[in-house]
Ligand binder design. Structure first.
Ligand code: COA
Length: 231
């Protein structure tokens, strides 16, 4: 995307926040890896973004049909899609970590993210970035890229907080973060985090089923009451 690299960010501390060992607080937001069965909900999530957010996410104001094509093309085998669900099982945040075609020759990945407007400013975007960094390290990625519009303050802030190098070329910027190799810690942390996220999701599924059944029963009893009082 970028042709003329501009001055990189300077003053980088020794160890970027997102490269440090995972903290306990990092495990609080359950982020799970999404598979084929989440395709529809990924589409619904992206189509809930307004025109400006679609522009920031894709670099153009993607129409619904273009989002459909993007979602249809998601390769869950090669890439990793991360998601955060709320209690109503609505996908409120998601990230796509796309790996290079030839990981042996070019061990790199590209990160894209979106958080629904009502859920912003709560650290979900940053957490998804950290989760993607951990996964990328475990997959042997050496450099992670984010293509960002230069006006996208929030995404640039996430990248800068992770001590990524940001190079601006007019309206577009490219952030790249060099990743150290995986450790036993990053590998174990990812297994634990995924397990916790799966368990959390199953709880939400059961809680929602219970809630739906309860609401149906309530409306059934209400209808019964109405018919009894009408007689
Ligand atoms: C970019 C986006 C994912 C950020 O999600 P988020 O969950 O709101 O971000 P976070 O809460 O994790 O905030 C991350 C940082 O950005 C800052 N930030 C968030 N929104 C901001 C805004 N509107 N202006 C300035 N800074 C902002 C936060 O303060 C935080 O920095 P800090 O930790 O130094 O305080 C979200 O705004 C979004 O979905 N935008 C539309 C799609 C998009 O732009 N995708 C990125 C391109 S790939």
């Amino acid at each position: 995307m970028l042709k003329t690299p501009a001055a990189p960010d300077s003053m980088r501390p020794a160890e970027p926040a997102s490269l440090k060992s995972p903290r306990l607080s990092d495990l609080v937001v359950p982020i799970r890896c999404l598979g084929e069965n989440h395709r529809t909900r990924i589409g619904n999530h992206l189509k809930a973004l307004n025109a400006q957010d679609r522009y920031l996410r894709f670099g153009f104001s993607a129409k619904d049909e273009q989002i459909d094509r993007y979602v249809e093309g998601l390769d869950f085998e090669r890439d990793e899609i991360f998601g955060i669900y709320n209690r109503q099982l609505k996908l409120i945040a998601m990230a796509h970590l796309a790996f290079s075609i030839d990981m042996r020759m070019n061990p790199s990945s590209e990160f894209g993210v979106s958080v629904l407007a009502p859920s912003r400013g709560r650290g979900f975007g940053a957490r998804l970035f950290e989760r993607a960094v951990m996964h990328a390290r475990n997959r042997g990625v050496k450099t992670m890229f984010v293509h960002v519009l230069s006006e996208n303050v929030a995404m640039l802030q996430i990248a800068r907080n992770a001590r990524a190098t940001v190079e601006r070329d007019g309206a577009e910027s490219e952030a790249h973060l060099s990743l150290p190799p995986a450790t036993l810690n990053t590998q174990l942390a990812e297994i634990v985090e995924e397990q916790m996220a799966q368990t959390n999701y199953q709880f939400k599924v059961q809680a929602k089923q219970f809630q739906d059944t309860f609401s149906r029963m309530q409306s059934f009893w209400r209808d019964m009451d109405h018919s009894a009082s009408a007689e």
